[in-house]
Design a binder for this molecule. Sequence first.
Ligand SMILES: [Zn+2]
Length: 74
Amino acid sequence: MNPFDLNRALGRLLGPADPEVGCEVCFEELDRYVELELAGEAVDTAIPGLRAHLVGCPACREEYESLRALVTAD
Ligand SMILES: [Zn+2]
């Protein structure tokens, strides 16, 4: 099994999460992500892979946390 197939197999095991979410996509979708999350929507379905990115990326996580604090402070 080559690494590409292994990735695909793992992606299937881990669900629909898109492994291609990077910082750019993350920053683009962060507003929507926080809105959906606070609205109680299924954010992992709406924006697959973003949560995984936030968990693994301290910079985006910080951005997410300050955005969330800003929105909930309203
Ligand atoms: Zn990031």
